[in-house]
Ligand binder design. Structure first.
Ligand code: ADP
Ligand code: ASP
Ligand code: MG
Length: 438
């Protein structure tokens, strides 16, 4: 059974939801993962932020605006009065739940429960839409099978076992509809796979049910060779290998959640990116094979902090690296890029939750310098790190841009540079103009 995931814009209006129904309903049995309607998760995060700041009036105002929006969606989505009533009840129940959280003490658990409501609404409304139109659709509660462990990593073993059970309980249907993004954690509380996580839900489910293909339906015709939000005239790529797509997603290509590729790669399940607004386009295929040579695509990851540590002991700095990495390990902070010299190490992190403690500890071993607001620019292509002339091409293109770090050789498919975020757009454009294969 194929898994099809539709993102926020794809289900962002009654009209788009009907378009999604048209794409799905071809008689082939499938499992459909939906995001929240576009804008909803942001509003839910805003509500939680108000509650965190103890501004209940602020929270109530956003809740009532969001509820009004959904009441309008319901009137436009369904044809019959019976379904309109059913839709209204779904909205009233979910908004009563959201309102009930304004009375409780704020906590991360409350925040996660609020933020989860967007996907619960979109899937409940969409299942009713399919039923109203005569399709055999069944609703699958993701909170009964999606799970992360105490390290916040997806628990595929649990997911596999429990989705089988949930599918069995749902009975025979042509279209199974479930929520992206949301899950439970090791304490059985509601949690999520981080922003944009519905893509990851889709490949996790794909792996759990041994799907033959996962399709990620979005608002663009596939994976582009550069970020269309910052660069004009980007071009769609027809095919990427799992490794290339994984590097691009991890290093900031918003079209895929950073962890999406791994479950598909491990089980060799092809992932196809498709455009809901232009379904006949072939999109981008992500599979084990790559195609084409040279630099294929570029992505940028913001919010990077660079840390340089210069050892106090200038010579024979034996054990220095081990000591440094133990600090990051202790604070469960992952390191993305690393460059070294005899006496100094530069590295980058994106999680700054423990930055102050990390810096304090690192000062035991050397002088510490911190640069914030940096971006990693990730340049990807099959075997580019082994192809002659590629480095020259990249550095010629970036001749006018101050580069803080370079990472070459960590992967055969990726060369990364670190620049100040102020220079991100210029860097992406320079690479498009002078280095990308067009
Ligand atoms: P969805 O809501 O369907 O998950 P997203 O907004 O998360 O959609 O992802 C699609 C968006 O990703 C596109 O509209 C585009 O602006 C952005 N994007 C960033 N980098 C790329 C890229 N390399 N190729 C295609 N889209 C990209
Ligand atoms: N609704 C969630 C978000 O906006 C998950 C997703 O869209 O993938 O981040
Ligand atoms: Mg997304």
């Amino acid at each position: 059974m194929k898994v099809l995931k539709f993102g926020g814009t794809s289900v962002g209006s009654p009209e788009n939801m009907r378009a999604v129904m048209g794409i799905i309903a071809n008689g082939e049995q499938k499992l459909v993962v939906l995001s929240a309607m576009s804008g909803t998760t942001n509003s839910l995060v805003e509500i939680a932020n108000y509650l965190h700041k103890k501004n209940k009036d602020g929270a109530r105002l956003v809740i009532s605006q969001l509820e009004q929006k959904y009441n309008k969606v319901v009137t436009e989505l369904y044809k019959t009065d019976e379904k309109k009533e059913k839709g209204k009840k779904i909205i009233t129940d979910i908004f009563n739940t959201i309102k009930s959280y304004t009375a409780s003490e704020f906590s991360e658990v409350v925040e996660n429960a609020i933020v989860a409501q967007g996907e619960l609404i979109s899937t409940a409304l969409f299942t009713e839409l399919m039923v109203e139109n005569g399709y055999k659709a069944a609703y699958l509660p993701a909170l009964e099978f999606m799970r992360i462990d105490s390290d916040k990593a997806a628990d595929l073993f649990y997911i596999r076992e429990h989705i089988a059970e949930v599918l069995k309980n749902a009975g025979e249907a042509d279209y199974y509809i479930t929520q992206g993004f949301i899950c439970r954690n090791a304490n059985n509380e509601i949690d999520n796979l981080q922003r944009g996580g519905s893509d990851y839900t889709a490949t996790l489910i794909g792996a759990a049910i041994d799907s033959e293909e996962v399709e990620i339906w979005t608002d663009i015709d596939g994976f582009h060779n550069n970020d269309p939000r910052y660069v004009e005239n980007t071009r769609k790529i027809d095919q990427l290998s799992f490794d290339e797509a994984a590097e691009l997603a991890y290093f900031g290509a918003k079209i895929l959640h950073p962890q999406t590729v791994l479950p598909a790669k491990l089980q060799n399940i092809p992932v196809r990116l498709k455009n809901t607004m232009n379904p006949s386009d072939s999109g981008t295929l992500i599979a084990s094979q790559s195609s084409g040579k040279g630099i294929k695509a570029v992505a940028a990851k913001d919010g990077i902090t660079a840390i340089k540590v210069r050892s106090y002991r200038m010579l024979n700095a034996y054990g220095f690296m081990k000591n440094l990495f133990e600090v990051f390990d202790f604070f469960k902070t992952s390191v993305d890029m690393v460059t070294t010299s005899e006496v100094a190490v530069s590295l980058t992190i994106d999680n700054t939750k423990h930055l102050n403690e990390i810096v304090a500890e690192l000062k035991e071993y050397g002088e510490v310098e911190v640069d914030t607001n940096m971006s990693i620019i990730c340049i990807v292509g099959d075997m580019i790190a082994e192809e002659k002339g590629i480095a020259t091409k990249i550095f010629d293109a970036l001749a006018h841009i101050p580069i803080r770090m370079i990472s070459y050789g960590g992967s055969r498919h990726n060369i990364s540079v670190l620049v100040s975020t102020d220079l991100k757009k210029e860097t992406l454009n320079a690479l498009s103009k002078y280095a990308l294969n067009n």
